[in-house]
Design a protein around this ligand. Structure first.
Ligand code: OYP
Length: 577
């Protein structure tokens, strides 16, 4: 009788079957002693199976597994997913005849157009658009809003003291009859500051030192041309060898300075925005949920579909992507110690607040920025998610005190904060939940991060990074120190070599392409909730997402390039890649 023993795991031979049928129940809803015993036994077993591990100090803890092979079968990829994952990268590397090129270690391309040699079979309309437009200043500005790392740009009311741009330098790029001072006051000036990159250790690849810079880039929202860069400095501490690059400099000097900004962008994007701020954060909730919430618990039922496959993809990333001789070590300038130092720095300043889109936009001062589609779509998705979460929470928690008294839920949040997010002094998430609203916000953060935020960062990576000069994964020469010595030869010797370019293209395709077996946001495949009231809330959520989809498609009519990463139908229900 599944009403009596809802959602428990049964042992049939040595196959565990999870019975998903039945009403969700909090601990206080259980009356039968055998139900209580079952609940307790299930959690004891889960806590033995899913343990915390410090993979490296100073970043969130993760699941204790050497590789995905150590994970229990029920959180592993299904066969089809595994075959597809393992085949797709090989396809990218071999079928594309990259094979002939990929062994050209250390060999530079001769001309920017040569990158087209690896750009003929793996294609997407926006990747081609990027190839056509990457040199244009408006497109460079556009990517800070609607590229794959849309969270770096902030309003600038006062120039940072280490970035001595003068009004004279940039006067020519402002609209007539205004000054830099006036525009700073009016709120039309923006800054992208990669200070976090300053002094990060550089990778050494096949005996060759790679190079990093920590640029600052000033942007102006021009009434006609939109957001455009007006000044770039490649280091944090200015001296005579750190010129401020300007749009009217010799064209190759300006182009190379923008490439340096985009190279810093690659690192911050992949290591911080993508890996740390989506994958590793979702994993903390994944482990805590498995350890503390029995399958019958309403919050387990709510979160589980949004945490599917996250443990396995992260294990794979730790084993093959960011490990001592993983892909980062082989082709990315922050490979080796760099990516860890970078993540540790970000983790020190990471806040729970910054994971809530409305707060994030307010804090960065970007609520007025025009054509910031990422912001507009994120807010619509946040609101729909929060409305759904709020309805589910209210269905199971009649009052704030029911939240306070749910000892399983309180053990869950304590584990999240004291184990998962240990040693992150400014994070700002308390280790207990005091009322329904705190629970609603937190669950919305978990779902938003694992769905919309991951889609916004992951899904555009092929579009913006496969044309390697637009977002180089490494730089093989130091930043230029004077504007007049920048030649095409220097640029080609600086950009990734032929082999590194092939890998960048292959991996970004592998991760960024539409996943064949994707489950879209809110299309719950397994029916965790069986109550009609909860079913209705799910169907309301789907309707809200349908409306958002329509809005987004309407807004995109005639838009070039389109911004479709946050179309609900293209957002996966969990981090699976
Ligand atoms: C795991 O078969 C993942 O070797 C990708 O990463 C690739 C592998 C393993 C290797 C597969 C193999 C999944 C999930 C993630 C993440 C965040 C960071 C992504 C960084 C991508 C960087 C691309 C580097 C290109 C030069």
């Amino acid at each position: 009788n599944t009403q009596t023993f809802p959602c428990y795991r049964w042992l049939v031979g040595d196959i565990k079957i999870e019975v998903r049928d039945g009403t969700a129940k909090k601990l206080c809803d259980e009356i039968l002693p055998q139900e209580l015993a079952h609940r307790k036994a299930q959690l004891e077993e889960r806590q033995k199976t899913f343990r915390w591990q410090t993979w490296a100090p100073g970043i969130p803890k993760c699941v204790d597994a050497k590789s995905q092979a150590d994970l229990p079968q029920d959180v592993r990829f299904a066969n089809e997913k595994r075959c597809d994952f393992e085949r797709s990268l090989q396809y990218a590397l071999l079928e594309l005849s990259l094979k002939k090129l990929i062994i050209w270690f250390g060999r530079s391309w001769e001309d920017l157009d040569d990158f087209k040699q690896i750009f003929w079979k793996l294609r997407s309309p926006i990747a081609e658009y990027t190839m056509e437009h990457w040199k244009e200043d408006w497109f460079f500005g556009y990517q800070f809003m609607n590229g794959s790392n849309p969270r770096m740009i902030q309003r600038c009311r006062k120039l940072p003291s280490n970035f001595p741009v003068t009004g004279d330098m940039v006067q020519a790029f402002l609209s007539p009859n205004t000054t830099l001072d006036k525009e700073l006051k009016a709120g039309n000036v923006y800054l992208v500051d990669y200070a976090i990159m300053d002094g990060v250790p550089e990778n050494v690849i096949r005996g060759m030192k790679q190079h990093l810079a920590a640029p600052l880039c000033l942007l102006y929202e021009h009434p006609d041309s939109g957001l455009i860069p007006i000044a770039i400095q490649l280091e944090q501490n200015p001296n005579k060898d750190t010129p401020i690059f300007l749009p009217n400099d010799p064209p190759l000097a300006w182009l190379l300075s923008k490439m340096w900004v985009r190279h810093a962008e690659f690192q911050v994007f992949q290591v911080l925005s993508h890996l740390l701020r989506t994958h590793l954060i979702a994993e903390v909730f994944c482990v805590a949920t498995l350890r503390h919430l029995p399958a019958v618990h309403p919050i387990y039922k709510l979160l589980t579909p949004h945490l599917k496959y996250t443990l396995e993809i992260n294990c794979r990333a730790r084993a093959e992507l960011i490990s001592q001789n993983g892909i980062f070590k082989r082709v990315v300038s922050t490979g080796g110690d760099g990516l860890l130092v970078l993540s540790q720095r970000e983790y020190k300043v990471l806040t729970y607040r910054s994971l809530q889109p409305r707060c994030d936009f307010t804090d960065r001062g970007v609520t007025k920025l025009n054509k910031y589609f990422y912001r507009e779509h994120s807010l619509m998705l946040w609101d729909a998610t929060e409305k759904f979460v709020s309805s589910i929470v209210s269905l199971y928690y009649g009052s704030d005190s029911e939240v306070v008294q749910d000892s399983e839920l309180q053990a869950w949040i304590k584990d999240v904060v004291e184990e998962g997010f240990v040693n992150v002094p400014h994070f700002g998430l308390p280790n207990e939940l005091k009322n329904k609203q705190e629970l609603i916000t937190l669950l919305s953060v978990v779902i938003f991060t694992s769905t919309a935020q991951h889609a916004a960062t992951n899904n555009g990576q092929f579009d913006f990074c496969s044309w390697v000069p637009n977002t180089p994964c490494t730089m093989r020469q130091p930043p230029p120190t004077d504007k007049d010595s920048v030649t095409m030869e220097l640029i080609m010797n600086t950009l990734p070599d032929i082999s590194q370019s092939c890998v960048e293209m292959a991996i970004t395709w592998h991760l960024g392409r539409a996943q064949p077996d994707a489950i879209p946001l809110a299309q719950y495949e397994e029916q965790y909730f069986t109550e009609p009231a909860a079913q209705k809330m799910i169907s309301n959520f789907r309707q809200d997402l349908k409306d958002i989809e329509e809005d987004i498609l309407k807004q995109n009519k005639g838009l070039e390039p389109p911004y479709l990463y946050l179309c609900p139908s293209r957002i996966e229900n969990s981090i699976t890649i």
